[in-house]
Design a protein around this ligand. Sequence first.
Ligand SMILES: [Zn+2]
Length: 80
Amino acid sequence: MNNRLRCPICKMHYKATDRVVLDILNTVIHQRCYNSSSLEILDKGTYKYILDKYSFLNGVSVAEVQSPVGNVIPFPNRNN
Ligand SMILES: [Zn+2]
């Protein structure tokens, strides 16, 4: 069973450390694939960060994408 999300642009499955954006239609797109002339961005960060924060995107096991070494990836543009 493999229902991990894929990028609608490049069709690649996301990896935990991929930098992605979440648009206003709740579509996850690679930051590198996202075209700034398209929809507004709700949030951005690594795929793992987006999944953890927006659990409604699931169907996906977050445990599956967690780093085994537990290293923390900084989010320079994180708004809190
Ligand atoms: Zn992509």
